[in-house]
Design a protein around this ligand. Sequence first.
Ligand code: BTN
Length: 231
Amino acid sequence: FGRALRYAGTVGSTQDEVRAWADDPQDPAPHGAVVVAERQTAGRGRRGRTWDTTHGTLVFSVLLQGPLALPDLALMPLAAGVALHAACGVGGLKWPNDLLTPDGRKLAGILLEADLRGEEARRAVLGLGVNVSAAPEGAAHLSEFRPGLTRADLLARILAELERWLAASPEVVLDAWRCSSVTLGREVRVTTPRGDLTGTALDLDPQGGLLIRTPDGITVTAHAGDVHLVG
Ligand code: BTN
């Protein structure tokens, strides 16, 4: 990844920049192409949120050319989380892929956007935002733990890890995610598109969903949503 790389100053969202490059008939972006930006004016987070790109954050998007089967796509956010954790070497993952400090502050986030076509995706765009030397209120930055790590070094490390983990088998990804997790075994509240769920986070299912045991002893699976660690 990153052998084709564009560095931009200010953009709306690097997600859109990569798509526009992929659609450029003169010079279409290849698989693994990367757009890095200094600032975004319309950075997107998961579930319709915005992503605040302050000075000192590393923001970039990677083009994943398809066709991509939906089960593979479902595990990609987890694989990307494992890669991010391996590259940063601190903290742990909150399902599905937020990197948190040991005291629970957010260091980085991942957004996977797929361009669906029937039962597959014709391509996907993976976007990462890492607080390197500055962070929004309440979040953490990596230089608290890894002083001297530059954005260029971190980008190279993350791209190498992404290439490795996105090619790994589902079992290997799931096991690595379990080892990097700060979610499993914890009391959680999950905000899903179908309402809130509370219980103990038990494990991942083979599709990367989060298995939760509710107080009445029933095990349910969350496939999408936000996890809040409550205990
Ligand atoms: C989240 O935690 O909600 C995901 C945040 C993802 C932010 C990155 S920054 C680079 C890329 N471009 C965007 O507009 N969003 C992602």
